[in-house]
Design a binder for this molecule. Structure first.
Ligand SMILES: Nc1ncnc2c1ncn2[C@@H]1O[C@H](COP(=O)(O)OP(=O)(O)OP(=O)(O)O)[C@@H](O)[C@H]1O
Ligand SMILES: [Mg+2]
Length: 271
């Protein structure tokens, strides 16, 4: 991972502002996300993290500014045009949001319902493969109510990756989970970053997850995370940080740069 990768912008926010009623929940936000890069979004509750992901998905339109995703300007687009871009994005919502009346297999394969080019057999094969990725293939015929919270979160990840998206949006994927399940989910996310070169925006409240993402890489031979400082050479883990405060972007940079900040609000996130 020390090789220089060609830069390719996957997401660009250019002075994006979003208001709900009169309140600006995001103000003049500008940043880019490159291919293979992860941006970790930190900020207090209500600072605008989920809103930022939902704008990237085109679920809302900004009041001003431009958002470009995978080469398409998505701000001010209709639903039909957005559908094409959204197919290349996987989102793990903060609320999880599985369909209770569908089996796990049907939940994961759901995206193919709107893609007539994918046969039901192919959809099932891909859904099983995605469930194997999160080590839950055995739950294929079960219903969400029969799974634990941590298992449901992993199913939500399987559902998000099943279409092999180029861009992943994770909203607090490990919130409220035990340390073992959280570590398992973080390993999956780093694997996506390092093996698939998938670009991600990831919201988290867990500082240990953020530090781990920035300081480790996925080793395919050991199928596990290793510290990026090993082997003498320090690897670039292609992970940077965005910090939001009341809708404003107050920091954008590496973990080391964040750790060096004296601002008390910024220091809070690494405490
Ligand atoms: N649908 C909505 N209608 C009106 N206001 C909203 C809506 N969704 C979010 N907001 C407001 O936008 C602001 C940012 O919300 P957001 O959900 O992005 O916070 P967050 O940073 O994700 O917080 P948390 O850490 O609690 O998940 C908040 O003030 C919230 O009240
Ligand atoms: Mg949120």
């Amino acid at each position: 991972m020390t090789e220089r990768l060609a830069q390719e912008t996957v997401v660009e926010f250019d002075r994006v502002t979003l208001r709900f009623e009169t309140k600006a929940v995001l103000r003049e936000i500008s940043f880019t996300l490159q291919r293979g890069e992860t941006k970790i979004v930190l900020g207090a509750a209500g600072s605008g993290k989920s809103v930022l992901l939902k704008l990237t998905m085109g679920l809302w339109q900004p009041d001003s500014g431009r958002i470009t995703v995978l080469g398409e300007e998505i701000s001010h687009r209709g639903e039909d045009e957005l559908f094409v871009v959204r197919r290349k994005i996987g989102m793990v919502f903060q609320e999880g949001a599985l369909f209770d009346s569908l089996t796990i297999g049907e939940n994961v394969g759901y995206v193919f319902e709107r893609l007539p080019a994918v046969s039901p057999e192919e959809a099932e094969r891909r859904a099983r493969e995605a469930l194997r990725f999160v080590e839950l293939e055995q739950t294929f015929d079960l219903y969400p109510s029969q799974l634990s919270g941590g298992m449901r979160r992993r199913v939500a990840i399987a559902r998000a990756v099943v279409g092999q998206p180029e861009l992943m949006l994770y909203d607090s994927p490990t919130a409220g989970l035990d340390p073992i399940t959280a570590a398992r989910i973080m390993t999956l996310i780093v694997k996506q970053r390092d093996v698939g070169r998938v670009s991600s925006l990831l919201v988290t409240h867990r500082v240990q997850d953020a530090i781990q993402m920035a300081r480790s890489y996925y080793d395919a031979r050991q199928e596990n995370l290793l510290p990026a400082g090993q082997d003498g050479a320090r690897r670039d883990t292609h992970t940077r940080f965005l910090v939001l405060r009341e809708g404003e972007l107050v920091f954008h940079g590496s973990l080391e740069e964040l750790a060096a900040q004296r601002d008390p609000y910024l220091q809070e996130f690494l405490a």
